[in-house]
Write a protein that binds this ligand. Structure first.
Ligand code: ADP
Ligand code: ASP
Ligand code: MG
Length: 481
């Protein structure tokens, strides 16, 4: 049964709205009370909540896991206790006595699970991606239980649903992908009964499991993706991403304070922005929403009155350049195959990157050489060793990819020409045009990201007092990466 058919089972006028709250939107008692207020303001809607781990918890879990695997068990256990105590304190503040015992039992069970994982890591001296998924997922297990109890305590009937029992993925630990049919079916089976009796299901984002029940995760920042997966399975009227900024902006406001909110944009542009580093959305989020044509709204939980951004099929920004993104920690990998590049060589190379969950962001070929931009160098030594008989690998770290995103950019070569001229003093090493029409990217030294973004933002989003840009000019010669 499709999500839309399922939705028609509810009373007329009822609409399912999936609301995802990121780490900062559940970080403390004030944030969780705000969340409750936002859910209460949705009268008439059937809300489904997806929550991230409390701000910083996923990083702490990762640090604890790494410490335990290096033999620093005491430090790892102290970090685990800190996480547990933080949740307990919030429970004390937010949850009345009647519900506390049950919640305490749940939180303690997750804490024990965490402790025993850390002991196991100390013994094995190894934190592989499979263990890491189990470990990191504990943050979302804890937060979803806490938020459910807080909602119930405030009179919003809610039920915690274990996302690991509903979202079924492949076994690509660290970056798993849903098995759609099974996931849709299981989500419908698990969530619809709650919605039919008007209780709000609360799921931890980011977490899932394989069909054998082994915990997986959807990649860092994956709670946005969870929200879209749930929205698509239920045929939701919309997916709301509640975060700590006023919406999707013309660039990251942490890099450039002049960034402005984009009111409306297309799925394609938003997906491109996410792929090229706009952290506000996990890169996979828009695909299920686009497939089911479900609008995605990005809103600020600290400013719920703000309009935010609407991402929908027909929405357009109306600008040539819609946004500027930056992706840090990029490495430029040069691959020189030992024989002519053919499909077998390509598949061996791709296979090695894939096995090590090393995602290739941009790729280009030139005679006898492949250039790849990847987001992490962690696995490169192993990939190089694995490909020894097939290709030589060399890489440079500390790069960043700065991109202009906008519909039909490829048909406006003057945009690239202007942008390249503006940042040429900053030692721009490569300019590359994405496979789609919507992106023009520059590879810069990581230390130059902020400056590049500001220069480009000033050029393409001039303030009120600046003159409108002159789009005449010569076309740029692109060098494909
Ligand atoms: P959450 O914890 O709610 O998932 P994230 O930290 O993952 O929040 O994403 C929100 C952050 O994304 C913002 O604080 C902002 O710094 C960053 N960001 C990067 N690019 C953009 C952009 N184009 N528009 C808005 N925010 C952006
Ligand atoms: N808690 C996870 C992370 O920090 C997932 C998320 O927040 O979306 O990556
Ligand atoms: Mg996020």
């Amino acid at each position: 049964m499709s999500g839309r058919e399922r939705q028609s089972r509810f009373e007329q006028g009822d609409e399912v709205v999936v609301m995802k709250f990121g780490g900062t939107s559940v970080e403390d008692a004030t944030a969780i009370r705000r969340l409750i207020g936002i859910v209460q303001s949705r009268s008439g809607a059937l809300p489904v909540l997806v929550v991230s781990a409390l701000a910083r918890v996923t990083d702490q879990l990762l640090e604890a896991g790494n410490a335990a695997a290096k033999g620093r068990l005491g430090w790892a256990l102290a970090t685990a206790r800190e996480i547990y105590v933080r949740h307990e304190r919030l429970a004390e503040e937010l949850v009345g006595a009647a519900r506390r015992d049950a919640l305490d039992r749940e939180l303690r069970r997750d804490f024990r699970d965490l402790e025993s994982l850390l002991h196991g890591l100390e013994a094995s001296r190894q934190l592989d991606l499979r263990c890491q998924d189990h470990l990191l997922g504990i943050g979302e297990c804890l937060s979803s239980k806490l938020v459910t109890a807080a909602l119930n305590g405030a009179g919003v009937e809610a039920a915690q649903v274990d996302a690991r029992q509903c979202i079924v993925t492949d076994a690509r630990h660290g970056q798993a992908s849903p098995i759609w049919e099974l996931t849709n079916q299981q989500l419908q089976n698990a969530l619809l009964p709650w919605l039919e009796c008007r209780q709000a299901p609360v799921l931890g984002g980011f977490i899932a499991s394989t069909s054998d029940g082994v915990p997986t995760t959807l990649g860092r920042g994956g709670s946005d993706f969870t929200a879209a997966i749930v929205g698509a399975a239920l045929g939701a009227a919309r997916v709301e991403i509640w975060t700590d900024v006023d919406g999707v902006m013309t660039t990251d406001p942490k890099l450039c304070p002049e960034a402005r909110v984009i009111r409306k944009m297309s799925f394609d542009e938003a997906a491109e922005m996410a792929h090229f580093g706009a952290k506000v959305l996990h890169p996979a989020t828009l695909a299920p929403a686009m497939r089911e044509n479900i609008p995605v709204h990005v809103r600020n939980s600290r400013n719920p009155q703000g309009e935010g951004t609407e991402i929908a099929a027909r929405a357009r920004t109306g600008s040539t350049v819609s946004a500027i993104t930056a992706k840090r920690h990029v490495a430029n990998v040069e691959v020189e195959p030992l024989q002519a590049i053919d499909s077998l060589v390509l598949s061996a190379i791709y296979g090695a990157f894939d096995r090590h969950a090393c995602t290739v962001d941009v790729m280009g070929t030139s005679p006898g050489r492949l250039s790849m931009l990847v987001g992490s160098t962690v696995a490169l030594p192993q990939i190089a060793a694995e490909l020894k008989g097939v290709a030589h690998l060399r890489w440079e770290n500390h790069k960043a990819l700065v991109s202009l995103v906008g519909d039909n950019l490829r048909r406006r070569p003057e945009v690239a020409s202007r942008a390249l001229a503006a940042v040429s003093d900053l030692d721009v090493r490569v300019s590359c045009q994405g496979a789609s029409d919507r992106t023009i990217s520059f590879l810069v030294e990581e230390s130059k990201v902020e400056e590049s973004v500001r220069i480009l933002h000033h050029m393409f989003f001039p303030g009120q007092r600046d003159a409108a840009p002159d789009w005449g000019g010569t076309s740029a010669a692109f060098c494909q990466v």
